[in-house]
Ligand binder design. Structure first.
Ligand code: URA
Length: 222
């Protein structure tokens, strides 16, 4: 029993009137875990697929928990696995530059991957791994309640949208995710752009398209 409940019981037993605070102190509300803390603990302890055996740690996601933009990547790489944060390697630096180019410094968005554990040798995620892990991403999106999702790369895009369409065919169109039909814009993964810098121009077009999409959402809602 909490101190407050015990005190209330004593006062009732003594026949003394209790006055309830209109705004109970925050400490009393902390008795139950926040949904974020609960989700983080579930991810950290996850053993739903075999990737848990090879991980240094899970990579939950970072950023503003009330972000308007939600960035989705594929899976942690070696550096992310070591540091416990998504997109901190070379691809992460390019991702930061891409976001900054559309006025979205990293701390203003929420960034999470489809998978929370690193696949060995950075191979593509397998269907079973995605099936076991995707509920975590869905919960993160539900908690953040962003206005728009930016999906980086084919794997993130196909799985968010439940399609096998090519990345090329998914670009330049506003897709929708989940029951809330959150707008989703798709672009190239920064790791791909490091290997194929010739496509950076197309990625820039996608980012501008995402920015325009966001601006019209804001305009519609005001
Ligand atoms: N690639 C991703 O998709 N996510 C990361 O966190 C790092 C590289």
């Amino acid at each position: 029993m909490t101190d407050a409940a015990l005190r209330a019981r004593y006062l009732d037993a003594l026949g003394i009137d209790r006055y309830l605070l209109r705004h109970p102190p925050a400490t009393e509300a902390v008795a139950t875990e926040s949904p974020w803390a609960e989700l983080e603990a579930r991810v950290a302890a996850c053993t739903r697929c075999s990737l848990h055996r090879g991980r240094t740690q899970t990579v939950f996601g970072v950023g503003a928990r009330d972000a308007e933009w939600f960035v989705v990547g594929e899976a942690p790489g070696e550096e992310e696995d070591q540091r416990g944060e998504p997109f901190v390697g070379a691809a992460g630096q390019l991702l930061d530059a891409m976001l900054t180019a559309i006025d979205l410094p990293r701390p203003t968005v929420f960034i999470a991957n489809l998978l929370k554990c690193r696949p060995p040798e950075n191979r593509d995620p397998q269907a079973e791994e995605i099936a076991e892990c995707s509920a975590y991403l869905a919960s993160q999106i539900e908690l953040v309640r962003p206005r728009i999702i930016l999906a980086f790369g084919r794997v993130a895009a196909q799985n968010l949208l439940g399609t096998t369409a090519t990345l090329a065919s998914l670009r330049g169109v506003v897709h929708h995710y989940g029951a809330q039909r959150l707008p989703v814009v798709v672009t190239y993964h920064p790791a791909y752009l490091l290997r194929s810098p010739g496509d950076k121009r197309k990625a820039w077009e996608d980012l501008k398209f995402a920015r325009r999409t966001f601006a019209s959402l804001v305009a519609e809602s005001s």
